[in-house]
Design a protein around this ligand. Sequence first.
Ligand code: F6P
Length: 323
Amino acid sequence: MKRFGVLTSGGDAPGMNAAIRAVVRSGIDQGWEAFGVEHGYQGLLTGEFRPMGPRDVSGIIQLGGTVLGSARSLEFKTEEGRRKAIRHLNQRGIEALVVIGGNGSQTGAYSLHQMGFPVVGVASTIDNDLVGSDITIGVDTALNIALEAIDRLKVTASSHERAFMIEVMGRNCGYLALMAGIAGGAEAICIPEFETSPETVADVIAKAYERGKKHALIVVAEGAKHGVIELEAYFKEHNERLGFDVRATTLGHVQRGGTPGAFDRLLGTRLGAMAVEQIAAGNFGVLVGQVKGTITATPHADIVDRVKPLDPKLFELANVLAK
Ligand code: F6P
């Protein structure tokens, strides 16, 4: 092994830079040359490779986003695109690749592995929807950002005796919404895994009002069956029985752009270093993540195309605590 590459792919996540830094410096420590690939898989297709020394990753551990840039590449999803990517890697003498990213990125990594190119994945997405890592890089910071917004909304909600709906990211996964809802003391949580009808949410709001609450908070995952727009329309139609006036806020990409907290910096660092250990051991086609507190490498074959379950007990607990 002489040369290896590293890229970040899909949605950026706070802590990705810590992972890049750890991968580059640990790889150099092994005596290898490091190459950064810019703009994710797209950069493999356009040949955006840059040599990276220890100084190229100086002063980045505290930065959100990714210094390598990221992209969503349609061309890479085709077999022809992936062949081109492997051709470019081979032309530069790059013998192994670290892919830092979430679900779609790890599916892409597995495809490269199946085509014979040595790949190691690092679990990174704010969605926390990757099997093979109990928690992924970026989740903790994104959750804290959502929580700060929820706390602020609770203040204005109480002042005006209103209800607030807050839409949080997560694609098809309700993890962020569920955890932000529990930690923020939400009255109702709407997530894709456990459906809540608009009637039920309206009941919750009405009962909170009748019990004398000064506010009601509803955290809605972007992937929930009944989303914020539908709920808002329903509440407008049934305004007289809610008690509270309802306002809606969509947090959107604000959740992704934060400064990584200690947890994500440390997770990114540990996963990045472990990815290099996998390359050194010749263990490819794996995702490096944290399982039951231990940094673990799980075969991509066991994690792609699988849905990570959410604990129903946590959802029940959220409802109990909303009384
Ligand atoms: O996967 C991370 C994520 O932020 C999801 O939560 C969200 O659905 C999606 O990316 C948004 O993608 P984009 O940044 O391409 O709009």
